[in-house]
Design a protein around this ligand. Structure first.
Ligand code: ADP
Ligand code: ASP
Ligand code: MG
Length: 417
């Protein structure tokens, strides 16, 4: 008998009919004796609606109270799903994050799970009850309600799967799996049968929101097998698992894009040892996550430094940067939020030179200017204008012929034109 954790995203539980359909699916999964623990997101756009509501009451909502508000979204869907399952003749019980034993640190809005005390859930499962857990939330070590960051129900599901030693963590969503690019941007993107944890981690951190990046990290560290699949079809989806020789030996796995970042350029920074630390330390101390950084060559002892950061941190960053400019004697800074990042990901690029050049070529041929470049061993990312991002994704997808499963295998060593 297996123990399965299933997570249903917001669209999958978006209205009463869909909740009833999810209930049918959960009951069917439990029919042959398997234990099923279900994690749910808030219905449809409920989280966005709650955020909007908070903004109408307060310009700077108190972080604890905002978390208290947002956790209401998942409470609604968990109770509704539990009712629907009980109507179908099965025992079911819904738990909030706190009741399910999800213990987090105290950083409201982006709390990290520090422990899962899964005894209550495990006991209910053993008694043959289907357990519904509210995603995206927990309780802090100081007893306050917390949320885990956008997309955090994925994290709840993987953490629950690890704590229960589940056989599989199924992530049910509104697409059939993980594709070579966002299928809403690239119509001929191809569904992948399997993706390694490392590649999925790069895709997710680069903006492929089909999985929250932190959950992929936890899944890899705790050995949780993930199956991303559609709530609306029985088709098999994409397995996220350790790399093995049977996997499609692709040079490139896929493309991710991210429109959630902004770009800052600090102009006329004195080019002396210690300056970078004096620029980035105050930003780090304010909890701002800096990503791509480039420093230009200096002229007359001055240089420009550009970097990207989450748009949501831009307001805070402006205040910090005004002070930084005064402290280090920089001329000024400019902030732009109309940028986006495209990332090409694939384990095979480690051994295949020329991938970066081909990506730059594809963008150049399309007349798309690259503003910042950064790389990891298995990723190349370029910042472009936001208005060009979808075209950028499509031309790079085309250049690497990612729609065609036959082209990009290791044996075809050279990147075709
Ligand atoms: P859920 O509410 O189920 O958590 P999300 O909206 O968070 O769903 O994630 C699913 C969405 O992720 C898809 O609708 C799709 O537009 C987007 N997406 C981005 N990149 C990819 C990709 N490479 N493969 C599949 N989906 C992707
Ligand atoms: N409801 C939360 C969000 O919209 C969590 C989730 O859906 O995973 O971000
Ligand atoms: Mg999601």
């Amino acid at each position: 008998m297996a123990l399965i954790v299933q997570k249903y995203g917001g669209t999958s539980v978006g209205d009463p009919e869909r909740i009833k359909r999810v209930a049918d699916r959960v009951v069917a999964s439990a029919a042959d004796g398997d234990s099923v623990c279900v994690v749910v997101s808030a219905m449809g756009d409920a989280t966005d609606d709650l955020l909007e509501l908070a903004a109408r009451v307060s310009a700077t909502p108190h972080d604890r109270e905002l978390d208290m508000l947002l956790t209401a979204g998942e409470r609604i869907s968990m109770a509704l799903l539990s009712m629907a399952i009980i109507d179908r003749g099965r025992k079911a019980v819904s738990f909030t994050g706190a009741e399910a034993g999800i213990i987090t640190d105290a950083s409201h809005g982006k709390a990290r799970i520090v422990e899962v005390r899964a005894q209550r859930v495990a006991k209910a499962l053993e008694a043959g009850t289907i357990v519904i857990v509210a995603g995206f939330q927990g309780v802090s070590t100081t007893d306050d309600v917390t949320t885990l960051g956008r997309g955090g129900s994925d994290m709840t599901a993987v953490a629950m799967a690890a704590a229960l030693d589940a056989d599989v963590c199924e992530i049910y969503t509104d697409v059939e799996g993980v594709y070579t690019a966002d299928p809403r941007v690239v119509p001929d993107a191809r569904k992948l049968d399997a993706v390694s944890y490392e590649e999925m981690l790069e895709l997710a951190t680069s903006g492929a929101k089909v999985l929250m990046s932190r959950c992929v990290e936890t899944a890899r560290n705790q050995g949780v097998l993930i199956h991303v699949r559609s709530s609306f079809s029985p088709a098999p989806g994409t397995w996220i698992k350790p790399e093995d020789e049977r996997m499609e030996q692709a040079i490139i796995t896929g493309i991710a894009h991210d429109t959630s970042e902004a770009k800052v350029t600090i102009v006329g920074v004195p080019d002396r040892p210690g300056i970078a630390a004096r620029v980035f330390r105050p930003l780090a101390d304010s909890g701002i996550n800096i990503d791509m950084i480039v420093q230009n060559t200096s002229a007359e002892g001055k240089t420009d430094i550009s970097f990207t950061l989450p748009k949501t941190d831009l307001k805070l960053a402006r205040t910090v940067l005004a002070q930084v400019c005064r402290d280090v004697g920089a001329t000024d800074f400019q902030a732009e939020d109309d940028i986006a990042r495209i990332s090409l990901v694939g384990a095979g690029m480690k051994t295949h030179p020329g991938v970066a050049a081909d990506m730059f070529d594809a963008l150049a041929d399309a007349g798309i200017n690259i503003e910042i470049i950064s790389t990891s061993p298995i990723r190349i990312s370029c910042v472009v204008r936001a208005s060009e991002i979808e075209r950028a994704v499509r031309v790079v997808h085309d250049r690497f012929r990612l729609a065609d499963p036959a082209v990009y295998r290791e044996e075809s060593a050279v990147v075709p034109r």
